[in-house]
Write a protein that binds this ligand. Structure first.
Ligand SMILES: Cc1cc2nc3c(=O)[nH]c(=O)nc-3n(C[C@H](O)[C@H](O)[C@H](O)COP(=O)(O)O)c2cc1C
Length: 173
């Protein structure tokens, strides 16, 4: 898929086919895309924890629900895989670096026909003991903060088209 087509056709997907597993090679392409994102001063202090264990994804969702008081149904949209994108809390560029990496993950996934959506719920709760214990299980480095995660899976239905604002650009030529 050509870059412009990928950019213009990617949409957040929030319903995943429960019977289709993402192959290992596709997940590897996503983390490769993430590793090649730009990072402030090229420090690459990020970490990408790929979780495809349904049990751990369920436990992470339960811990997030408990920490944030979310209702029983909240499960990150029951993805087939979750990539937790974390960074050193002392890195002043960590949030921006991770956002670049997440967008690369979304676009690579989309090019392979895999749907994705940003999961923002880990911010501010990573150091709660019950959450940290699960992040350890996922392989997130000690002390790292998860600034966002990608929920991933084959779309159960076409993603909703989104209107994109046009009056957000100015030009001086
Ligand atoms: C910083 C950020 C946080 C987001 N957090 C969530 C989230 O927690 N849950 C969710 O369903 N979507 C989340 N989204 C996805 C946005 O809702 C989505 O990108 C937006 O509605 C535009 O739709 P599109 O991605 O289909 O273009 C987030 C997106 C960004 C950039």
């Amino acid at each position: 898929m050509e870059v412009r087509e990928a950019l213009l056709t990617r949409r957040s997907v929030r319903a995943f086919d429960p019977d289709k597993k993402i192959p290992r090679e596709a997940l590897e392409r996503m983390v490769e895309a993430a590793r090649y994102a730009p990072s402030g001063m090229n420090r690459q202090l990020w970490h990408f924890a790929v979780v495809q264990s349904p049990a751990l994804i369920r436990k992470l969702a339960a811990a997030v629900r408990q920490a944030l008081g979310r209702d029983e149904g909240y499960d990150f949209y029951a993805p087939n895989a979750l990539i937790l994108v974390s960074n050193d809390p002392d890195n002043p560029h960590g949030v921006e670096d991770n956002a670049c990496a997440l967008q690369n993950i979304f676009l690579m996934a989309h090019a392979d026909g895999i749907g994705s959506v940003w999961i923002n719920q880990f911010k501010g709760i990573c150091d709660l003991p019950e959450v940290r214990a699960l992040l350890n299980e996922a392989g997130v480095p000690e002390g790292h903060q998860v600034t966002g995660a990608a929920a991933l899976g084959y779309p159960a239905k076409p993603a909703e088209p989104k209107e994109k604002k046009e009056d957000v650009v100015s030009w001086v030529l």
